[in-house]
Design a protein around this ligand. Structure first.
Ligand code: EPZ
Length: 417
């Protein structure tokens, strides 16, 4: 697998357009299966995860064309309701196809997505939601078979945890069910609102997107539409932190600053100057970083778990001790041993990491443990003294479009080997 070789110590400066959101593009591309027509999705990032999603669409019988960041899907000829096992294993979040496939074909077969590097990733809430709408679910030896008993009927779905994926599957299945579905304790992430905006453009009738209670009035069928995916708030936070740890001056354009309401104040607490103007965010850090008292990951609108690894890197080179609590996933500190190899002083126990900031990190050979942990190691390499090699960058390719090219444009010394 490829690696990034980074020579640290250069201040990052300049401006960058931030890519479209991976976690919005995936459910929206899955939602096109529900549409008996043609959908045009703009600002769809080129990632291994989006390319895997396109492969699944084609395996279901859709015709898909990508031109730059625009993906056109014609799902008129959807004929299959099975997600190939190798594609499920390639991307476990393919489980978001479940609601769309059952909604369109009345059945679905897929292998249990299984865990990943950051946790067990159960799908009990997904299966609870589809059962509530009239779907029979059989789980046998890791295979899941779903079939609509009589017809899809709206119902009340109450989640014990505001799961993003389960909320997406519930919305997708309810969109064309008969009657009204009310989702209680729904996830409130911006990607949920973006999915609902896409479905509404296709004729769905949804209210409460972005709130804890979402109501969906099922419609007979959905028609094609054109939609632009929102900016990726986690990728935006990644570039902001790259600017912060290198003492740089970076401006991000085409962002949605409101989606970073839980992130920007922590960057200011760390001593950064953050200025927001319309769709742009500018960060400067001329005087070095200070500790952040507590970083506690929560469901949106709380601090996002996907930015936790990046803040672990930032606090590693801040003055003082910071405390990080990871409430969402059970093993999302795998980047910590790698940062320690670079000279960081971190004690991680269970869901808590205590970070004692050090004056500087030192280049080393490290290994990406997962998508966001890998990005955190690249950012550490940018501010470390000497050369850092980050291996297993395939993880990073899942979520970051043109990562090394963009960092090079911002004055980083990084190359992919
Ligand atoms: C989505 O994953 C994102 N992925 C994740 O981003 C993100 O970290 C996560 O939401 C939380 O924001 C995509 O959108 C493709 P969840 P998802 O269901 O939907 C437990 C990245 O880096 N849970 O909200 O899988 C689960 O184990 C990725 O881009 C159940 O117990 O997240 C976890 O502890 C990583 N049962 C918690 O809920 C279920 O049925 C949050 O999971 C479902 C989830």
């Amino acid at each position: 697998m490829s690696a990034y070789v980074i020579t640290g110590g250069r201040r990052l400066h300049g401006s960058l357009d931030v890519q479209g959101s991976k976690n919005s593009a995936l459910p929206i591309l899955a939602a096109t299966v529900l549409v008996n027509g043609r959908c045009v999705v703009h600002n769809c990032p080129k990632l291994s995860d989006t390319e895997c999603t396109i492969k699944i669409l084609r395996s279901l019988g859709c015709s898909v064309r990508r031109e730059g960041n625009t993906v056109t899907v014609d799902a008129t000829t959807v004929s299959c309701s099975h997600i190939p096992e190798e594609l499920m294993h390639e991307m476990r979040s393919s489980v978001v196809f479940l609601g769309a496939i059952v909604g369109r074909t009345g059945k679905a077969t897929l292998c249990a997505p299984g865990g990943c590097e950051i946790g067990l990733r159960p799908i009990d809430l997904h299966l609870y939601a589809v059962r509530r709408l009239g779907v029979e679910v059989d789980e046998c030896y890791g295979n899941i078979t779903c079939r609509v008993k009589n017809k899809l009927e709206g119902n009340k779905i109450t989640f014990s945890f505001p799961s993003v994926g389960a909320t997406e599957n519930a919305i997708l299945l309810a969109a064309t069910a008969t009657g009204t579905t009310t989702i209680v304790n729904a996830a409130r992430e911006p990607e949920i609102s973006d999915l609902c905006a896409f479905l509404t453009s296709c004729g769905a009738r949804i209210s409460g997107a972005g709130e804890s209670i979402i109501t969906i009035e099922g419609v007979e069928q959905l028609h094609g539409c054109e939609h632009r995916v929102i900016c990726d708030r986690i990728v935006a936070s990644t570039y902001l932190i790259a600017g912060a740890v290198t003492g740089g001056d970076i401006e991000l354009k085409n962002t949605e600053p409101v989606h970073l309401n839980a992130v920007l104040p922590l960057l200011e607490e760390a001593g950064c100057n953050v200025s927001v103007r319309c769709k742009s965010i500018r960060i400067k850090n001329p005087v070095g970083l200070k500790r952040i008292d507590k970083i506690i990951t929560q469901p949106y609108p709380g601090f996002p778990t996907d930015s936790q690894a990046l803040f672990t890197t930032l606090t590693s080179v801040a003055k003082g001790t910071s405390v990080i609590v990871e409430n969402i996933f059970e093993s999302r500190f795998k980047h910590v041993p790698e940062l320690i190899r670079m000279g960081a002083k971190i004690r991680a126990e269970g869901r808590v990491a205590v970070v004692d900031g050090v004056p500087k990190l030192y280049g080393a050979e490290v290994f990406s443990p997962d998508l966001r942990g890998g990005a955190a190691l690249v950012v550490a390499g940018l501010c470390a003294e000497g050369v850092t090699t980050v291996n297993n960058v395939g993880y990073i390719d899942r979520g970051y479009e043109d990562f090394s090219d963009n960092l090079s444009v911002l004055n980083a010394d990084i190359r992919r080997v």
